[in-house]
Design a binder for this molecule. Structure first.
Ligand code: AMP
Length: 192
């Protein structure tokens, strides 16, 4: 199963991806997680990406396409993968199409979690609270200022990615405003 999960920040992509990992025994490939790991490790990519990420902007297409191109070749992704947070621009979606064609891979599904934008800030604030309660470190971009930039980036650069797949007839949508378990059930249904 090769799957893309689309949706704005706070839509629940990470939560649902974690459940799909269990169900299909395939890895969740989150460019955000990979970039945060690169920042933490102080790699050249991390050093380049840190300021942009902290401010809520998008890292260059070249960097993230390179990361994904290498990652989907790894052994644990042979049976499939869930892309979470990638592609985030139409240029990334086109690059992904080319990559997959070169590697003779097909996508099985592209699913967008549809959510009411007004609920997103509250979800992000809740995620930050839960992280603190669990003793974790809040993401540097989980604050209202960076979130506004992330939402703008989503509207301008990522919403067209859904339109890109919709125009190819490959986009499925799920209501991401439902309780978490109901979203999981709806995803199971569209992926069946
Ligand atoms: P996320 O964890 O998906 O919310 O991503 C956190 C941050 O990482 C984003 O706000 C961007 O700065 C960066 N990022 C993650 N994925 C991408 C991508 N596909 N293209 C560009 N920037 C990305």
């Amino acid at each position: 199963m090769r799957l893309i999960l689309l949706g704005p920040p706070g839509a629940g992509k990470g939560t649902q991806a974690a459940r799909l990992v269990e169900k299909f025994s395939i890895p969740q490939l989150s460019t955000g997680d990979m970039l945060r790991a690169a920042v933490k490790a102080g790699t050249p990519v991390g050093l380049k990406a840190k300021a942009v990420m902290d401010a809520g902007g998008l890292v260059s297409d070249e960097i993230v396409v390179g990361i994904i191109s290498d990652r989907i070749e790894e052994a644990d992704a042979k049976q499939g993968f869930i892309l979470d947070g990638f592609p985030r621009t139409v240029a990334q979606a086109e690059a992904l199409d080319q990559l997959l064609a070169q590697k003779h891979m097909d996508l099985d599904a592209i699913v967008e979690l549809k959510v009411d934008e007004n609920a997103l800030l509250a979800r992000i604030e809740n995620r930050a609270r839960e992280t603190v309660a669990a003793g974790g470190t809040v993401r540097a971009d989980d604050n209202p200022e960076a979130f506004k930039v992330r939402l703008d980036a989503y509207r301008v650069q990522t919403a067209p990615v859904s339109a890109y797949y919709a125009s190819k007839g490959t986009l499925k949508t799920v209501d991401g405003m439902m309780p978490i378990d109901d979203v999981t059930k709806a995803l199971d249904k569209v992926l069946a």
